[in-house]
Ligand binder design. Structure first.
Ligand SMILES: Cc1cc2nc3c(=O)[nH]c(=O)nc-3n(C[C@H](O)[C@H](O)[C@H](O)COP(=O)(O)OP(=O)(O)OC[C@H]3O[C@@H](n4cnc5c(N)ncnc54)[C@H](O)[C@@H]3O)c2cc1C
Length: 502
């Protein structure tokens, strides 16, 4: 087939995991794919670049957890070898080291969630506090990622959920809230309980090895996105940067083009792969999309500020484990720090320490000057590892990511969009799009990109659908508990009138 003349034209908007995922698959299937990216380089929230001094930086360091089966499979298919080995991690508070996690897949496998509780080395948290999590298992069983489960739990805050199930104040403050701040970028009172249950189950509870993580041995931009974009282009796709989409042209209830500054790109199908804030800006400027309530409803959603810093020190400070999460330093902010000498090839022989420190829900930090931010980062680092106090910062990078990551706020679920829209040839993808796959973050973004590509393939009947690996099935005892719980619910709803709030 002569591709440019006869293949359906697909415009993909946004070059993060989601957009690149759909563009790659559709280009391989012979579609005429153009990917329009507003920024200067592909990667979205995972983009990386070099400073004026030629040092690599990125919009926050990104981990790849054990259940990221689709991303691991892609990287293999691309012939890349970007990852470190599985790494152990620590948690710090202002009191010092709190928790050390093993590599869970190296421990004898126990039925979930026993391994998570028994193998995690808590340094201070008493056993009685840890045991107070047990009643929460009911909610974990009850939340099965279905639409009904989301509607049942989404209007409740995660903090209320943990309180309702009797989780001790200390376990909440020292374990669950730090996980929410790092996994959902917000404190418990600002997180949907549905999102909290979904995220915790996926990353920690579903199977013992799920919390195991690898990192790229350099920026994800350099290690994965650059070679991936090359392969998209080799397959005939076009990846155009500095192209900010502002509108969609509609005719007869279908999209026929995408507006980008003075240019119009013709389209037989459009895939939006932009974050919440980007989509709100498009709807705000689009005379066509704002005719549809589902797009106007997106204005009810919100996004969260993140801060990514990188510090180069004049000497090597020994950091016990390469990846570290921290809590209790600021009321509503969680942060992580990483020993890049251990993780990134570029810094392995550097005479001084290179540390990435990323702050989530960093609203109050964004207005501070770079110098004040770096002073704070060094102070916080020294609280965890005291030798940082004597070290001198010789270079630094501060990247402010305003309204960058999805806020799964209580009550936000009904305003989120599924992968299909009321426009038959406009599809949605990204880490905030509703999918029943069950994954989160980068893996979810990539999976929804593949789902969007498959919807295009269904529509035009050309090419083969992208294989999407499902998440590993629930363990047998969880399957039995879920099935019994569903039966009880159905039974109850058959004779109880629906008087109560879900
Ligand atoms: C500091 C930080 C740390 C994180 N850590 C992890 C981690 O450890 N593990 C993990 O799995 N996830 C992590 N995440 C989350 C992860 O980055 C996201 O889930 C994922 O990158 C989202 O991908 P996406 O394709 O949905 O969207 P994005 O990456 O947001 O891509 C959207 C793209 O659309 C473009 N765009 C927006 N508007 C327009 C427009 N009008 N026209 C054209 N293009 C437009 C944007 O420029 C962007 O490139 C982290 C995020 C941050 C910020």
């Amino acid at each position: 087939m002569n591709q440019t003349q006869t293949s359906p034209k697909v415009i993909v908007v946004g070059a993060g995991w989601a957009g690149l995922g759909s563009a790659y698959h559709l280009a391989q299937q012979g579609y005429d794919v153009t990917l329009l990216e507003a920024g200067g380089y592909p990667g979205g929230l995972v983009a990386g670049w070099k400073t004026a001094q030629g040092r690599s930086v990125e919009a926050g360091i990104h981990g790849f957890w054990y259940p990221y089966r689709n991303i691991f499979s892609l990287v293999k298919k691309l012939g890349l070898n970007p990852f470190t080995d599985w790494t152990r991690s620590s948690q710090y508070s202002p009191n010092g080291l709190e928790v050390e996690s093993p590599i869970f897949q190296q421990e004898p496998r126990l039925p979930t969630p026993l391994g998570t509780f028994l193998y995690t080395r808590f340094k201070r948290l008493p056993l009685s506090d840890r045991l107070s999590a047990l009643p929460l298992l009911y909610a974990v069983i009850d939340f099965d990622n279905s639409d009904e489960a989301w509607r049942r739990y989404d209007s409740v805050t995660a903090r209320e959920l943990f309180k309702q199930f009797g989780v001790s104040a200390r376990l909440y403050k020292e374990s669950f809230e730090p996980m929410l701040l790092v996994g959902l970028f917000a404190p418990g009172e600002q997180c949907s309980a549905a999102a909290a249950l979904g995220m915790l189950y996926y990353f920690i509870l579903a199977h013992q090895p799920d919390f195991d993580v690898v990192w790229c041995r350099g920026t994800v931009g350099e290690q994965i996105f650059r070679p991936w974009v090359e392969q998209i282009e080799q397959a005939g796709g076009r990846v155009l940067t500095q192209k900010r989409v502002s509108d969609v042209i509609l005719q007869g209830g279908k999209a026929t083009g995408v507006v980008c500054g003075e240019e119009v790109f013709e389209a037989d199908a459009v895939i939006f792969s932009v974050g919440v804030t980007g989509m709100q800006k498009i709807v705000g400027s689009s005379a066509s999309l704002r005719q549809f309530p589902e797009f106007c409803n997106l204005m009810n959603l919100s996004a969260i500020d993140v801060l990514a810093t990188r510090l180069w020190f004049d000497r090597k400070v020994t950091v016990p484990l390469p990846s570290n999460a921290c809590f209790g330093f600021d009321n509503t902010t969680g942060w992580t720090f990483f020993d890049l000498n251990a993780l990134h090839d570029e810094w392995s022989h550097e005479p001084g320490s290179v540390i990435e420190a990323d702050f989530y829900h960093a609203n109050q930090l964004l207005p501070m000057s770079d110098a004040d931010i770096i002073t704070k980062v060094q102070r916080d680092l020294a609280t965890c590892v005291p030798e940082f106090r004597q070290a001198k910062v010789i270079d630094s990078s501060v990247i402010r990511l305003s309204k960058a990551v999805t806020h799964f706020s209580p009550g936000s679920y009904p305003s989120m969009l599924p992968g299909t829209t009321s426009l038959a040839n406009v599809f949605m993808s990204g880490d905030w799009i509703i999918t029943r796959h069950g994954s989160w973050s980068q893996e979810k973004a990539y999976v929804t990109g593949l789902e969007a590509a498959n919807r295009v393939i269904d529509r035009f009947g050309m090419g083969t659908s992208a294989p999407i690996l499902p998440i590993e099935p629930d363990e047998p005892h969880i399957q039995i508990a879920r099935s019994a719980n569903r039966t009880m619910r159905e039974l109850a709803s058959s004779f109880l009138p629906p008087l109560w709030l879900p």
